[in-house]
Every structure is written in C-alpha cells, then in structure tokens.
Design a binder for this molecule. Structure first.
Ligand code: FES
Length: 349
C-alpha cells in the first residue's frame, strides 16, 4: 500500500527565482520511517483543483536528522511545483511517502573518490551524496560538474560554494552556464569537452570509484557514452533521469484484446479486466487499488512489481537491469499485458 504520512513544513528557502528548498519536520515517532540513503527521493501527494497529484522530489539534506530537505523547481503551471513555489507556507501539512529510490551512495569505510555530473534540478540528490561522501571519510574527494543556464538559475549555489570553502582540496566544483558568460564558470552545456576537461585535465591523477549522473536524458546519455569511451566500466556509472525524451504513448499495434489480471498487494488479491493497450498501473488505479507509484513516467521506480504469471511488454525502461527483468520485475507504469491472463505481485519485489 502507498504509505503516506503527514509532515509539517518547517522552513522554505528561495534558491533561485523559480525554485525553493522545502524542509519538513520529522517527528520522533517517524525518524526511522524517514531514514534514507543519500540519493533517495520522497513522494508528495497533494490535491490541486480537485485532482490528486503525486510528485517525486530528491532529498538534498544529509541522513540521520530530524528534518528532510528537498529542492523543488517550478516546472508545471498549476501543478505541484507551481504551488510549492508560490503558495506553500511554513506550518502547512503535506502528505509524504517515506524515502525510496535506487540512485544511492552507501558510505564505505575506505576512501572513495566520486565524480558527479548534474544539470538543473538534477543537483538535488547530488547535494545529499556530496555531503555524505565528504562526511564519511576525511580524505576522499568529490568532483562536481554542474550545468545550468546561468548562476542566477543555479539551485543550491551558495550551499555548494560554502561546501567547497569548508573542504579545500577535497570538494571541487566546475559550474558551466549555457546562457551567460561569467568569470567563475565554464561556458556552454555539459558536453564531451567538459567531461574530458574534468577527467583528463583537472583530475587526471585521481582514480574515481564511482560516477554519478543526474539530469535530463540527453545529458546522461552523452556523459555516460563519453565515460565509457574513456574505459570507465558501466558498473561504476550510476544515473538518475530527471526528465525523459521518450514518448509514453507508443504502445505496439499488436496490443489489442483483453487481459484478466490478478493483483497481489498487502497480502490481498484483487481481480480486474483490462485492455491490452492500457498500462497496468493505470488499470490498477482505475479500480481504486492503492498501488505504489509516483512519477508515472518510468523514471522513479516506485511502481515496481513482479510478474508471476503471464507476460507484459514495457514501453520504456531505464531503471531495471536485464537480470531483474529476467527475474520478472517490471515497472507497472510502463507495462501493458500481452497474454490473456496476468498476475502482478507488488509484495514480492
Ligand atoms: S511510477 Fe515512477 S517509474 Fe513507475
């Protein structure tokens, strides 16, 4: 069951003209529930103009505190990010699902050098990871290449500069702005030359243990390909999409007819009949079954379930590995059935 809790907004800080950092107070009884690994996100549920919206936001703060901070950039007029930037006030209560997500950094007792490439609001989970890396060991290094339109539009700019001042020779930032030429920044989007500048020029003597990429799909693909051309093994490259360019409504033409579906959720079984050209999550939500989900766009991983009978095809998958798919795991927001019967188990993942 999607497990939401009421959290009070403790603090709101303007980060740029179109983004805010929102801090939630975590009451003592929920501290364990809201414990998280750096890189994870929370999902907020809010009814706006009579419609229930769910949005996933990465956590920017460090774990083990009685508060959680997220960064919210205004992207949708009339949607939750608009509301958060213009109407939300300190003391308001929001419904929030505990942290989840697979784009994580687990602190390790050995020194670890990390390099991250972030664009726009993709900085949010990287903030939490950077803070954790720097706190986990006194000698490891963190290099950040951060792309924005301008310094004015750069989320967490002051926090990042202060983090660099607090960790000389351990935290290195390269800001790159695509719309303004500024003295302390590179000019242009993150591209092959930016990646090579950080890797082969500025930090050519550093062995990096992990590579974290967060931002739009085009940036992630470009950086990932460039890293692999530099012989970086794929297993060391971790990424989180913040937007995707793939179109969701490209269901294959053969997807017609009906499928009888059994849903297993919280030890209960539900039956429903759905069209093969529908997405499993959509069909489940239509029946008011309280299945977990957040982005509905194939980028967050909240809606993972296991297929224990029958088959589905996924429209898009940038999250599950081949091994996980072979085990039967699917993103239900991207899956449509291709067999007459289907059993979808949300409990066994
Ligand atoms: S709801 Fe986010 S991946 Fe399915």
């Amino acid at each position: 069951m999607a497990d939401f809790h009421h959290l009070k907004v403790k603090h709101i800080k303007s980060l740029t003209p179109s983004s805010v950092a929102i801090t939630f107070e975590i009451p003592g009884a929920l501290i364990q529930t809201f414990d998280f690994i750096p890189g994870q996100y929370i999902t907020i549920k809010k009814e706006i103009k009579g419609k229930e919206l769910r949005r996933a936001y990465s956590i920017s703060s460090s774990p083990k505190k009685d508060s959680i901070t997220i960064g919210v950039k205004k992207v949708d007029k009339g949607g939750f990010s608009d509301y958060a930037n213009t109407k939300l006030a300190v003391g308001d209560i929001l419904e929030v699902m505990p942290p989840e997500g697979r784009f994580v950094f687990s602190p390790n007792p050995n020194p670890k050098n990390i390099i991250a490439f972030a664009a726009g609001s993709g900085i949010t989970p990287i903030m939490s990871i950077a803070r954790s890396v720097l706190a986990s060991n006194p000698v490891n290094k963190f290099v950040l290449v951060f792309g924005n339109k301008s310094t004015k539009e750069t989320m967490f700019y002051t926090d990042l500069v202060n983090l660099e001042l607090d960790h000389p020779n351990r935290f290195f930032i390269y800001f790159t702005n695509s719309q303004t030429q500024e003295s302390d920044s590179l000019f242009g989007r993150i591209d092959i030359s930016t990646v090579n500048y950080a890797l082969k020029n500025k930090h050519k003597d550093t062995d990096f243990d992990a590579y974290y990429l967060c931002g739009p799909e085009a940036m992630i693909n470009l950086v990932s390909e460039t890293l692999q051309e530099n012989d970086i093994p794929k297993e060391k490259i971790h990424f989180e999409l913040f937007t995707t360019t793939e179109i969701l409504d490209e269901l294959p033409e053969k997807a017609d007819g009906k499928t009888e579906v059994t849903i297993v959720l919280d030890d209960e079984e539900f039956s429903l009949s759905m069209n093969k050209n529908e997405l499993v999550l959509d069909a489940v939500l239509k029946q008011n079954i309280d299945a977990p989900y957040s982005c509905q766009g194939g980028v967050c991983s909240s809606c993972i379930a296991r297929i224990t009978e029958g088959k589905v095809e996924m429209v898009k998958n940038r999250i599950l590995t081949d091994g996980e798919i072979a085990e039967g795991l699917v993103l239900t927001c991207q899956s449509h059935p291709i067999t007459p019967t289907l059993k979808v188990d949300y409990d066994n993942v």
